[in-house]
Design a protein around this ligand. Structure first.
Ligand code: OAD
Length: 248
């Protein structure tokens, strides 16, 4: 394993096809909290059992819905940083550069990346809890800023069940289409850049290992080592906002 950033830069520049796997650390420098960083991570301050499972939602729809509404309002106020713009430039240089993201904040798309695969859904999509009927974002946005600590979710216009966020909760399966596209993206890549993920949540955490099993070069960008680091071809100890602009 190399820890030389120059090696990472060369490998990306030479590779015809590059794919990206991003996690919460990608958005940290835009002001979106990660999940597991000490002190600031969402799961350091909240218990995922209370906020990120369907049973938690059914038990306390107001609490869970309000928490996601709060996160939605927050990500609508932030901007993609220079690292995001670098990935857009990389796509321009290389052609299709698929970005498989575990993030639900929509910042890759907002920056202008076109080939984004959202493994864990999106904060901007909503559906009903019983039948998954889609619910318009605009109708949810009307509730943002309503002065209430815990807001009742709207009801589905078709079946009357509560409206829930269109994100993947613990115990739920990932969208089949996203899985197929993500694994294909990694299969087709010469280099996989793994950015800002602790690589502990499966099946996303399988992707870098799958890439290695296929002989794909894997470069990890993270200010801290992870359980995947020993398997990386290059570990670039840096933040996304510092490292990615250097590549392009
Ligand atoms: P984590 O919070 O587990 O990990 C964030 C990673 O980002 C850590 O390894 C940090 O060291 C790193 N990091 C922090 N700041 C960074 C920066 N500026 N640049 C680059 N890296 C930085 O987040 P994820 O791995 O994305 O799932 O978590 C995976 C899933 O767990 C999430 O998608 C979410 C969560 O439960 C669901 O909600 C389904």
């Amino acid at each position: 394993m190399s820890i030389d950033p120059q090696r990472a830069i060369e490998l990306v520049r030479q590779a015809p096809r590059v794919a990206i796997l991003s996690g919460a650390g990608m958005s940290a420098e835009s002001g979106v909290p990660t999940f597991r960083d000490a002190l600031t991570g969402l799961w350091s301050n909240f218990d995922p059992k209370d906020l990120a499972t369907e049973s938690a939602f059914r038990q306390n729809p107001r609490r869970v819905f309000s928490w996601y509404l709060h996160r939605l309002a927050h990500v609508r106020r932030v901007e993609p940083h220079a690292g995001y713009r670098a990935l857009v430039a990389l796509e321009r240089q290389k052609g299709a550069t698929p970005i498989v993201t575990q993030n639900v904040d929509g910042l890759h798309r907002q920056a202008g990346s076109r080939n984004v695969i959202e493994l864990h859904g999106s904060l901007t999509s909503f559906c009903c809890v019983d039948r998954r009927h889609p619910f318009p974002l605009d109708d949810v946005l009307k509730l943002v800023g309503v002065n209430s600590e815990e807001l009742a979710p709207p009801r589905c216009r078709k079946c009357g069940s509560w409206i829930r966020p269109g994100v993947v909760w613990f115990g739920e399966t990932l969208p089949a289409d996203a899985i197929t596209r993500a694994w294909k993206a990694v299969e087709d890549a010469d280099v996989l850049l793994v950015i800002g993920t602790s690589a502990v949540v499966y099946p996303a955490a399988d992707l870098p290992l799958y890439a290695k099993s296929k002989g794909t070069t894997v470069i990890e960008i993270n200010p801290e080592p992870t359980s995947f680091t020993p398997f990386a071809d290059v570990f670039w100890k840096a933040t996304a906002g510092a490292a990615l602009p250097e590549i392009v």
